[in-house]
Design a protein around this ligand. Structure first.
Ligand code: ZN
Length: 150
């Protein structure tokens, strides 16, 4: 794990130790599951969608620190957002983890910029986001990183 030490910045460590919005959401009307077999990460996302806005959301899962911290952070980013805003936020996050270029104004998300140096970890970082977007689309098929190039 020592070669990954740069990845474990404070924000990631903090979300991994104290995951936000973790557990099942009784009021959820959208659920999707994500699976990253290349690392063994699992993530379920529960969303209470009110109209086109995410009223509440939680995640539950197991796996590496990156996947769990990223899913935790994702829930804090998407709460209160519309479906379109959620897609835009994912695009920004995806840009950060694939290029390492992070806009300064979203510092928590920028903690994941180091992931770009470890291509196998990009799947870990995007797993929860893929599951969330699938849930928003009402796509019943499990999100698997194997069907994505990232
Ligand atoms: Zn992982």
């Amino acid at each position: 794990m020592s070669d990954l030490s740069d990845l474990y910045q404070q924000v990631i460590l903090d979300h991994n130790r104290r995951p936000r919005n973790r557990g099942k959401l009784p009021t959820a009307n959208r659920v999707a599951h994500g699976d990253n077999p290349s690392c063994g990460d699992q993530c379920s996302v529960y969303i209470e969608l009110e109209g086109d806005r995410i009223k509440d959301l939680t995640f539950d899962g197991s796996g590496c620190a990156i996947s769990q911290a990223s899913s935790s952070l994702m829930t804090t980013q998407l709460k209160g957002k519309t479906t379109a805003e959620a897609e835009k936020l994912f695009q920004e996050f995806h840009e950060i983890v694939t290029t390492g270029q992070a806009p300064e104004e979203i510092s928590d998300v920028a903690a994941f910029a180091g992931v770009h140096a470890f291509p196998a970890r990009i799947k870990c970082a995007t797993l929860g986001w893929h599951a969330a977007l699938n849930a928003l689309k009402g796509d019943p098929a499990p999100a698997t990183t194997e069907s994505h190039n990232d």
